[in-house]
Write a protein that binds this ligand. Structure first.
Ligand code: UDP
Length: 236
């Protein structure tokens, strides 16, 4: 097997993707993710993960529940800690060493985020999960992924989704839709792609950090991507 293309990756997983109509966190999805992550880790790739919280709570829906936005955002950030702990447990079941670090202190269960310490964990082959977003309301976990990736000097942000990448049209509605293999940041922002928010794109653009949007639900996809195969859509 040739050298992986990326030495250190930041994998962004959405909270929503962990859920099914009957389970908030579906154990079989967790298990599949952990197996995929183990495969890339076994290639010698350093892996950091940012997990969302959308399956449990989103700040934007707080208003409907009569909760103010900022309070709702903090609830959303804490939701990511629950998901992160689930991912952590699943990775450990697969024999991986992990550390969970959070932007809001939850000292009984996680370490506080300290950049140099996070980098040291990665160098030692531990998988680092970043929870509680940026620690600030009005941000998303996509922006967190960009920010943390820049901080830990990751080579790429890998945005795991349920689709194969960015398409010319909605592939579920338009059979002629084709996948873009590459888009520039200005194209991605100009097209108003809903795949990530503008803050997340802009942070990466300003720091020359590529993003790859890919299907996390396909067996072997993450490994193929990291090995340099044509998987997903590269935004750079
Ligand atoms: N959130 C926040 N600041 C952050 C990251 C997240 O306030 O830095 C809140 C926000 O309310 C968001 C929620 O946490 O809706 C869950 O994160 P997100 O919606 O990004 O999760 P995903 O869509 O990836 O599941």
């Amino acid at each position: 097997m040739s050298e992986p293309k990326y030495k250190r990756i930041l994998l962004k997983l959405s909270g929503e993707a962990l859920s099914t109509p009957t389970e908030v966190i579906d154990p079989s999805i967790l298990d599949q993710y952990a197996a995929e992550i183990k495969k890339v880790h076994d290639l010698g790739v350093e892996v950091a993960i940012v997990i969302g919280g959308g399956n449990i709570f989103r700040g934007a829906s707080a208003a409907k529940a009569g909760i103010d936005r900022v309070q709702g955002d903090y609830m959303g950030m804490l939701a990511t800690v629950i998901n992160g702990m689930a991912v952590q447990a699943s990775l450990e079941k697969h024999g991986l060493y992990t550390r969970m670090m959070t932007a809001i202190k939850v000292e009984a269960v996680c370490e506080p985020f300290i950049r140099r310490r996070a980098m040291r964990h990665l160098e030692k082959g531990r998988i680092v999960i970043f929870g509680a977003g940026t620690g600030n309301p009005y941000f998303t976990t996509d922006s967190t992924a960009s920010l943390r990736a820049i901080e830990i000097e990751a080579d790429v942000v890998l945005k795991g989704t349920r689709v194969d990448g960015v398409y010319t049209a909605d592939p579920e509605k338009d059979p002629t839709a084709t996948r873009y293999t590459h888009l520039s940041f200005s194209e991605a922002i100009g097209k108003g792609l809903k795949i990530m928010d503008t803050t997340a794109f802009t942070l990466c653009q300003e720091n020359n950090l590529p993003i790859i949007v890919f299907n996390m639900n396909k067996d072997g996809n993450l490994c193929d991507l990291v090995s340099g195969k044509d998987v997903g859509t590269l935004i750079s």
